[in-house]
Each structure stands twice: as structure tokens, then as C-alpha cells.
Ligand binder design. Structure first.
Ligand code: HEM
Length: 507
């Protein structure tokens, strides 16, 4: 007698089917009561037409990306549909897209525990391991607990160190008015300052000549860039990534790990020697030294350092590039900024002085509003949950979010909403910050328990570099090849596709 027709199999299959039907019915009933209890209504708008994979949306998104208009067209989707929240599909997964501050607040803060980062680890894991930027739940809480105290001190923003790197950058800026791409220099400067801050050893890429291209620091800087590009490819290929040959990506990651491991080993050795001698060198605040005081787990320290370098380097460089792109188009704003730094009479600002420069702060805020360097983001619902707005015919009722849904939110679209920022929302206008006191509608650094840890560091570095450039140059003029029409370059962060090409006149 064949197994298939045996009574035991028959009973087992029947039991399994009954169980499946029972659990589906139970899920349906539970959800129905959950939806009722929270007053949820269906979302009135759906973007995708092809219902299973969301192929139409995928195709359109790829075309938008290639035309460098992904963010602009994403914002247009909201406008065209006349809503701030809609349903769509992303590679088989249901997705809710929103630019509604109350919804973003629910995802990142009020209902924080209902969400995870989703499949971020698939793309970032090989380079970052388990670190703060890349983990969820307990692991993330441990990382945050370990790192947070190290960001609490104002001293992490070491102005003298910034100035050393700034002076090297200055050497690369032509003084005869010929064109320079500031974006390229800002990216070099921020990797130099971030590596010094984190590893106590700078890549010093601004000091390098052509003979140095094969030194260890240069190799690391290139490998780190390559490894970041590899993250983007891994993300795009998704579950098909195993089909992609990427030996170079793996090699780049290995180079990055080996490079950082060397500094971790050194910091641990020095810490042990100091402990044995009964004295500690407390002269200067050094991030890696603070970490080895807290843990001696080498892999953990390396992962955290790598996570922070990734979170902090391109972001600060992108803020500077995006802001200078605008400043180069606006001599009136440059003049006002120069008035603000004039009382320093050319000397370095102190941390307090920098913090008190109101107009400078408005310019940075405005740049991050118009071109948020993390322009879109997402979270993954790990249980059934609710968004406060987006349901019902008028879109004002709560919206049910089934477990397994991706909620994607767009600071870019939110920051440009005319109902929130006025009819001139698309303009670069620092003066609006005189009266603007936004809440969740302004989100360059995220909010809630995962709010950016490096916000003060970034604003201090960007502010410092801006002050020093204002002191050095009386005039800045755009030499943008597209006549000042900003085009997006969207990698892990958002910056200008054509760089920040300017001509500067010494003061
Ligand atoms: C203009 C510059 C910066 C911007 C706009 C920015 C923005 C952000 C955003 C939006 C997030 C949230 C990412 C997410 O949860 O999905 C984040 C997280 C983070 N940022 Fe920044 N960042 C900047 C600079 C920095 C710097 C300079 C550092 C460190 C030196 C840094 C360290 C971090 C860390 C460690 C996290 C992870 C926090 C966590 O998950 O608990 N950031 N940042």
C-alpha cells in the first residue's frame, strides 16, 4: 500500500489543512477586531497597477533613478494623487508610502517597537556586521547604550582637528578664480576628519600626492568607497544578489576590516599598557580609546567604528556640498553670512560662537530641508499596527498596517509640502527659519529612539568649514555646467550629480 493513500497520511493532511484554515480565520477575525478597535479605514489610493510584484512601479522607479529624477517624481506621485499616504508594492511586498508627519512620528517613535529595519542587514551586513546602524532590538539597544555617552560631550567636535584638515583643503582651492569642485574636496575632508576622530589616525587624503595612491590609507579610502557602492548593488539585486559576481566587493570589505582592525589592536594594546602602568592619557578625547575602556571585544569595536564612519562621513560632506551649491548661486546670502563671521576678525570660532551663529544655522537647516541628505527611508512592520492618518475617503482616518508591510517615508517630499512650508517651499530661503519651529515635519536627522547620534558633530564640522571659507573668500560664483539647476545623485546619501563647481575670490 502506497504511503500517499494510507489513512495516517490522509488524517495528517486533513489536520494540516484544518489548522491552516483555522489560523487564517482566526487571523482574519483578530484583524477585523483590531481594525474596528482602532477605527481604521482602507487607504483610498494605490499607486501600482500590476498587483503581484509591483513591476510597473519598479520599472518606473528605475527609469526615474536613471534620469536623476527619483525624488522629484516621487514627490509628484503624492501631488498627482492628492494624498500624503498611498499603497504600493515593492518586489512582492506590500508597501505604504507616506510623507505625513504624524505617520512618521508613529513609525519612528510612538510605535517604535512595532517596526524593524527590514532587510537592511542583507545589504549593509557584510561591511558593517552587527553595529548600531545595522541592527535591531537588543543588539541595537546594546550598541546605542555603548556609543551614546561618547557623543554626549561637546568636545567630540575638535575644532583644532577640523582646522588642520581645513587648511589642507585650502591648499587645493585655486586662488585665481579657476573652477574647483568643492564637493570632491568636502568628501576628502570628511573622511580625513572622521577617520582621525574615530581611529585616531587620519586617512589624510588631502595631503596625498599622486605618488601616494598605493599607500595603505589611499587603498582604504578607495576600498571604503567601493564597499559603499557594493551596498547599493546588493540592495538593488535583493534576493537575486547571489547571481551577481562581486569578488571586488568582497575584497574591498576585507581591506576595510583589516585596516580598522589594526587601529583597534593598537588601542587595546595601549589601553592595557596604561592600565598596567596605572595611568591613563586623558589629554585629548579619542573615540577609539573611549570604546576600548568600555569593551575589549575587537570585532564589536571594529563594527561600531565602521558603522559610525558610514553614518557620518558622506552625510556631512553631502550637507556641505548641497549648501554650497545654493550659496554659490546667491551672492546676497554669502554677503549676509560674511557679515555674521566678520566680528571674528579672521580667527577661529569657538564652539560657543559657532553655536550662536544664527544665520549660518538657518542656512544649514534650509539646505537640509530642501536637500535632506537621507531623503527617504523605510521601516518594516513586525506586527500588525496602525498609522494615525491615511485611511478613509478623505485620508484622515487611521490606517491598518498588516505585519510584513514596508512603511516608506520621504523627508524629501515632506520638507517640500506647500501646506506645511508655504507656497515658496521649493525655494532656498534661510530667512524662513526666523519664525519656523517645525516638529515632525522636519526630519533630516530622524527622530525617536534612533535619532542620529552625530547631529552635533556634523553641524559643528559643517558650520566650522563654512565659517573658515567665508573668512577666506569674499566671493563665490557658481560654475555649474547645468546653469545652477541642481540634479540629484542618490547613493547612500543625496548630493549633486554635477558636484559643486565654483569659482572663489580670495578676501
Ligand atoms: C548632516 C549630517 C548627518 C545627517 C543628515 C544624518 C542623518 C541621519 C539619519 C537620517 C539617521 C537615521 C537612519 C535610520 O535610522 O534609518 C542617522 C543615524 C545615525 N547617525 Fe547620522 N547623520 C549625519 C551625520 C552623522 C555623523 C557625523 C555621525 C557620527 C559621527 C552620525 C552617526 C549616526 C549614527 C551612529 C546613527 C545610527 C543611530 C541609531 O540607529 O541608533 N551621523 N543619521
Amino acid at each position: 500500500m502506497g504511503l500517499v493513500s494510507s489513512p495516517i497520511t490522509f488524517v495528517a493532511v486533513g489536520a494540516l489543512l484544518s489548522y491552516l484554515i483555522f489560523s487564517r480565520v482566526q487571523l482574519y477575525l483578530n484583524r477585523r477586531s483590531f481594525i474596528k478597535q482602532h477605527g481604521c479605514e482602507p487607504c483610498p489610493k494605490r499607486y501600482n497597477k500590476e498587483p503581484i510584484i509591483g513591476y510597473d512601479v519598479l520599472k518606473e522607479t528605475i527609469a526615474n533613478f536613471n534620469e536623476r529624477k527619483m525624488l522629484e517624481r516621487n514627490q509628484k506621485r503624492y501631488r498627482d494623487m492628492g494624498v500624503n499616504t498611498f499603497l504600493t508594492k515593492i518586489q512582492f511586498r506590500p508597501m505604504i508610502a507616506t510623507c505625513e508627519p504624524e505617520n512618521v512620528k508613529a513609525v519612528l517613535s510612538k510605535n517604535f517597537k512595532d517596526y524593524s529595519l527590514g532587510n537592511r542587514n542583507h545589504s549593509f551586513g557584510p561591511l558593517l556586521g552587527d553595529g548600531i546602524f545595522n541592527s535591531d532590538g537588543e543588539k541595537w539597544a546594546n550598541s546605542r547604550h555603548l556609543l551614546r555617552p561618547n557623543f554626549a560631550r561637546d568636545q567630540i567636535a575638535d575644532l583644532e582637528a577640523f582646522d588642520r584638515h581645513f587648511r589642507l583643503m585650502m591648499k587645493k582651492i585655486p586662488k585665481d578664480g579657476s573652477i574647483v569642485d568643492l564637493q570632491h574636496l568636502f568628501f576628502q575632508m570628511t573622511i580625513d576628519s572622521a577617520t582621525e576622530f574615530l581611529f585616531n589616525h587620519s586617512t589624510d587624503s588631502l595631503r596625498m600626492s599622486e605618488d601616494d595612491v598605493n599607500n595603505e590609507d589611499a587603498i582604504f579610502a578607495r576600498a571604503f568607497m567601493f564597499a559603499q557602492e557594493d551596498i547599493i548593488h546588493r540592495d538593488r539585486w535583493g534576493f537575486l544578489n547571489f547571481l551577481r559576481p562581486n569578488k571586488e566587493g568582497k575584497d574591498a570589505i576585507k581591506i576595510c576590516h583589516t585596516y580598522v582592525d589594526k587601529f583597534v589592536d593598537q588601542a587595546i594594546r595601549e589601553h592595557q599598557a596604561e592600565m598596567a602602568a596605572g595611568k591613563a592619557d586623558n589629554e585629548r578625547y579619542i573615540f577609539i580609546k573611549e570604546l576600548v575602556k568600555q569593551t575589549q571585544d575587537k570585532e564589536r569595536i571594529r563594527n561600531e567604528l565602521m558603522n559610525i564612519l558610514l553614518a557620518g562621513r558622506d552625510t556631512t560632506a553631502s550637507l556641505l556640498s548641497n549648501m554650497f551649491f545654493q550659496l554659490a548661486l546667491r551672492p546676497d546670502i554669502w554677503a549676509k553670512l560674511r557679515e555674521e563671521v566678520a566680528p571674528l576678525e579672521g580667527r577661529l570660532p569657538t564652539y560657543e560662537e559657532l553655536k550662536n551663529m544664527k544665520y549660518l544655522k538657518w542656512c544649514m537647516n534650509e539646505s537640509l530641508r530642501l536637500h535632506p541628505v537621507v531623503p527617504s527611508n523605510s521601516r518594516f512592520a513586525i506586527k500588525d499596527t496602525v498609522l494615525p492618518i491615511g485611511g478613509g475617503p478623505s485620508g484622515t482616518a487611521p490606517l491598518f498596517v498588516p505585519k510584513g508591510t514596508v512603511v516608506s517615508y520621504s523627508p524629501y517630499a515632506m520638507h517640500r509640502r506647500e501646506d506645511l512650508y508655504g507656497p515658496d517651499a521649493a525655494e532656498f530661503k534661510p530667512e524662513r527659519w526666523e519664525t519656523l519651529r517645525p516638529g515632525w515635519e522636519y526630519l533630516p536627522f530622524n527622530g525617536g529612539p534612533r535619532i542620529c547620534l552625530g547631529q552635533q558633530y556634523a553641524l559643528t564640522e559643517a558650520g566650522f568649514v563654512t565659517v573658515r571659507l567665508l573668512q577666506a573668500f569674499s566671493k563665490i560664483e557658481s560654475r555649474d555646467p547645468k546653469g545652477g539647476v541642481w540634479e540629484e545623485s542618490l547613493t547612500l546619501t543625496l548630493c549633486s550629480a554635477n558636484g559643486c563647481q565654483v569659482s572663489l575670490t580670495p578676501a
